[in-house]
Each structure stands twice: as C-alpha cells, then as structure tokens.
Design a protein around this ligand. Structure first.
Ligand code: BGC
Length: 375
C-alpha cells in the first residue's frame, strides 16, 4: 500500500499556466497525417510544429501515433514487484492490446534496485526483468514509455516501507548514474521505446533544480541514445501550472508530458495515500468540473503551440471509490476533449485501484473501458 500523499499536486494544478507562462496566442499549424496503425477510437493526431523550431518530425509522428494509452501501474514501481498486489503478467499485455490500447506507460522504481553508492549498479536480475517486460510489450506492438517512478528521497519525501536511504550527496549523481545504465541497456531497442526521465518531480526537485538535473541526465542518455525520444515532465507533480517553468534542453527528440487529476476531490475521493483523504460521495461532471477538466488540457495544448513540442497526458484517472456512473462520465469527458485537442493520453491505470480491468476475473470492466475506447 502506498503511504505518502500527493495532495500538493492538487494545489499545484490549481495555479493557471497562463499566470506562470504569460501565454499569448502563437504557433498553430495544420493537423499531421492520420495514424495508420492505431486502433479505435481515432487517436489524437498531434499538431504540426512550426517549420524551423521545436520538436523533430519523429517526435510529432510518434505523438500522432500513440493512440489510446494505459499505465501498467502498481506493478514495477512498488518497492518490490508484487508488493502492491500486482505483477506484470503476459495476460495484461495481450488483453490491453486486444482492447485497443496502443501505448503502455511502464512505471519503474529503479532507485530501490540499485547500489546506494557509486557506481550505483542496478541489480542485474531486476534489469533483466524490466527488459523482459519491455521486450514483450514491444513484441506485442505497443509504444512503451519506460520511466523512473517513486524515488521518494529524490523528491525529499519520507521513504516507503522497504526503501533504503542513500547519502544526500549521492542523490543527483545516482539518478544520472541509473539513467546511464538504463539507457545503455535499452539503446538497441525499437524507436517505439521512449524514456521518461522522472515521474512527477516535486518537493526537493523545485523547477530550477529539476531543470538542472534533467539537462545533465539527458546529456548522459544521449551518449548511448543519440536519437531516442525522451519524455520530460514539468516539476510540481507534472501539473500544467509548472510547464511555464520547464526549461527544455536544446534537443528536438523530446516530448513533454503532464498529469491531470482535476477535479481532484472527485478523482481521489477515498484515496488513503492523500492527506487529508478527500471524502467519498463526490459525483462528476458538473459544468464547473467539466471546465476544470478542459482547462488543464487547454493549458497543455497552449504550451505545445508556443514551444513547438508535442505533449501528452501521461496520467489521469478516477479512483474506484467514486461511483461508476461518474467515473464513466469523467473518463469520457477527458478522452473526448483530449482527442479533440489532439493530446495523446494514458489512463492511470489498468488493474489496481483506478483500474479498468479486473484481475480476479481476467476481464475488462465493460462500462469503464467503453468510456475510454468506444466511439
Ligand atoms: C502515482 C500513484 C498514484 C497515482 C494517483 C501516480 O502518479 O505514482 O502512486 O496512485 O498517481 O494518485
């Protein structure tokens, strides 16, 4: 069970991007070609970049082809795989593909599977396990977003049970060192594999601190992966409010990502890892709630237009203590608006507390899955 809260994320998300970024209308361009490989429903096709700046054609084509996405959460980012009740099983891979998902975001807690001191060697058994999962996902045909997730001490948070402390002076070098090893190991994989440097940087990772660390890390990744697409989240738990403070390195093979759980008191009702836990009984979606949903996505789109880089919604979701009718309404609202804005999305998550798949029966929950995938 996860013990530590993400309540500050809700606060962070309430600050508007416009206030931080001072956005003005800019960018634009025509839609990119339709994706030829994706499943129903039609995935968002990312907006074409300005001619001379911003991301590469590969980054834009990939964003256009991501299709419906799903997080394989509560598996490899638990302190040990299985600690939170789930392991990556082959059945999830085939079921997710057959349902129509085309991208899997794979959260991984590398920090708990590596030496505390230089050279920060990753446990070879764990590395091989993650590589096996990535290979199976790629073989199925997915795009895969492989990340680093839940390094509690890096954010200045209290540790989860089963984690260990590292010397504070090792934290940042160790993060870079872990990525050096991951990047080297996965360097020869398909270009359908993307690296996401870090999930929801926050706390100790202020925007300036994160900008410095991500730039150093990207330089290291580029040694072994000169062209691979790398995904970068803003600080502030990946919320749109922090996009304006994100300094993207001068590198065209980048995509940005953001997380959007508004209305937070709806999506996280009863979530015990949030302090204080939002009370249950909140429904969705009033006009005000719909506006909250749409505003975050609009802000991300505006950032993309200004910078010329694609951005995708890496996490959104409603916890299972919300009523099913409201969850369906919420999920439909997010995906329809995100698709309309050509923002690719990945639902959080497949088979745990937010899940759309029941691991006990081996079946997708039909109404929730339809909310994401039905026309
Ligand atoms: C965290 C999960 C959490 C989810 C919803 C994710 O970013 O990694 O632990 O369940 O957000 O709060």
């Amino acid at each position: 069970m996860k013990l530590f809260d993400t309540h500050l994320r809700a606060f962070a998300a309430t600050v508007t991007l416009a206030a931080v970024l001072g956005l003005s209308a800019c960018g634009g361009g025509s839609d990119s070609p339709a994706d030829s490989t994706s499943a129903t429903p039609s995935p968002p096709s990312a907006q074409a970049p300005p001619a001379t700046t911003g991301a590469s054609a590969l980054a834009w084509q990939t964003a256009s082809a991501m299709g419906p996405g799903i997080n394989f959460g509560n598996m490899l980012e638990a302190p040990q795989e299985g600690d939170w009740g789930l392991r990556v099983e082959p059945t999830y891979i085939t079921a997710a593909w057959q349902a129509g998902f085309r991208t899997v975001r794979l959260p991984v807690r590398w920090s708990n599977h590596a030496e505390a001191v230089y050279p920060y060697a990753i446990d070879p058994v764990f590395m091989t396990r993650v590589e096996g999962v990535v290979d199976a996902l790629l073989a199925q045909g997915f795009r895969v977003v492989l990340n680093m997730h839940h390094h509690r001490q890096l954010d200045g948070d209290a540790l989860d049970p089963g984690e260990f402390v590292v010397n504070p002076s090792d934290l940042d070098p160790r993060f870079v060192g872990l990525w050096s090893q991951i990047a080297t190991r996965f360097a020869s994989k398909s270009e359908r594999l993307l690296f996401e440097l870090y999930n929801e940087p926050h706390g100790r990772l202020t925007a300036p601190a994160w900008n410095t660390l991500l730039a150093t890390t990207l330089q290291t990744v580029r040694i072994s992966n000169p062209q691979r697409l790398v995904v970068i989240s803003p600080a502030g738990y990946g919320g749109t409010a922090s996009l304006g403070a994100l300094a993207l390195p001068n590198d065209r093979n980048l995509l940005a990502t953001f997380h959007h759980y508004e209305p937070f008191n709806f999506t996280h009702q009863g979530a015990t890892w949030v302090t204080p836990t939002p009370p249950v009984g909140v429904t969705c979606c009033t006009a005000e709630q719909t506006a909250q949903i749409e505003n975050g996505i609009t802000q991300a789109k505006a950032w993309s237009n200004v910078t010329g880089y694609p951005i995708f919604l890496g996490e959104f979701g409603a916890y299972s203590l919300a009523d099913t009718t409201s969850r369906v309404a919420y999920m439909r609202t997010v995906r329809i608006f995100a698709n309309a804005q050509q923002i690719p999305w990945m639902y959080w998550e497949i088979a745990s507390g937010f899940g759309i798949y029941d691991p006990a029966t081996g079946q997708f929950r039909p109404e929730l899955t339809a909310a994401l995938l039905a026309p």
